[in-house]
Design a protein around this ligand. Structure first.
Ligand SMILES: O=C(O)[C@@H](O)C(=O)CO
Ligand SMILES: [Mg+2]
Length: 269
């Protein structure tokens, strides 16, 4: 069984400076890389890191608003539409320079401290904004020949995150109805919120544009914790998934020392 594993450089190889992680990933056997955000670096510097290492850029996120102040995306935030549009344009500019076929639009957080009724109203407003923004972003991404991804994130790690369940993502994808709007299926988040991973994979497959994995609950290597990834990756491969599987975990030890779990899936240094 061969699985195309991508190294998430926001979490793996953090022993190295960011721009040196590309080569570290290739030396460890990865042929693809992803990370949260490219924007601290120029597209030229990142292009050079890709060219010198020979690795493929497979995913990154659109600008998420003020990350340091706690913001976690803009796509569902009422009143922030203009900023979201700028984020789409900026993200697609980087995607083009880096030859990256897909970008992830983070949804953003619901208001904090609202009572039940206010929260219901906020959810409705966020939902309407989300669909309109995704329609715009998918259109721009299509013009640029890219896919747009959305990812349900668990609300234990990210309390108040608007998009937390797989069905909610599928409903948004179907409501927008754009061929290039797809699901970023992160099994770590799905296990925490919903479980039943293999059945989810089978049902969600037609929508999946990218997969990510990590051990649960500590988000360490996939062979640490409650999820039996060999069975899941075997099923994914048997179902015909030929996309990337992002290794988005915090290594329990030095990154390379913990990569033994990936050898049966074709990672060879
Ligand atoms: O799962 C995650 O945390 C990431 O894939 C992401 O894009 C947002 O933090
Ligand atoms: Mg993820």
């Amino acid at each position: 069984m061969m699985i195309r594993l991508a190294a998430n450089l926001s979490m793996l190889f953090t022993e190295h400076d960011f721009l040196d992680r590309f080569t570290a990933a290739v030396d460890a056997g990865f042929r693809g890389v992803e990370y949260l955000f490219p924007y601290a670096h120029s597209p030229e510097a990142l292009r050079t890191a890709l060219d010198e290492s020979g690795v493929e850029q497979v995913l990154f996120n659109l600008p998420p608003g003020d990350w340091a102040a706690g913001e976690r995306g803009l796509a569902s935030l009422p009143g922030r539409e203009a900023e979201f549009r700028d984020a789409v344009i900026e993200g697609l500019r980087y995607a083009e320079r880096l030859g990256c076929p897909r970008v992830h639009a983070m949804a953003g957080l619901l208001p904090e401290g609202a009572d039940d009724r206010a929260l219901d109203d906020a959810r409705e407003a966020h939902h309407a904004t989300y669909l309109a923004n995704l329609r715009f972003a998918a259109g721009e991404a299509a013009k640029a020949g890219r896919e747009l991804l959305i990812e349900p994130i668990n609300t234990r790690d990210m309390p108040g995150y608007f998009l937390s369940r797989q069905d909610q993502a599928v409903a948004a994808i179907e409501a927008v109805g754009a061929d290039n709007l797809r699901l970023q299926f992160d099994l770590y988040h799905c296990q925490i919120m919903e479980g039943d991973l293999v059945r989810h994979l089978e049902r969600l497959l037609p929508h999946i544009g990218h997969v990510q994995i990590a051990g649960v609950p500590e988000r360490h290597e996939p062979n640490i914790g409650e999820v039996h990834y060999p069975a899941i990756l075997e099923r994914l491969s048997a179902l015909g998934y030929r996309g990337w599987v992002g290794c988005e975990y915090r290594p329990a030890a030095a990154t390379r020392d913990g990569l033994g779990w990936a050898r049966p899936f074709g990672l060879a240094s």
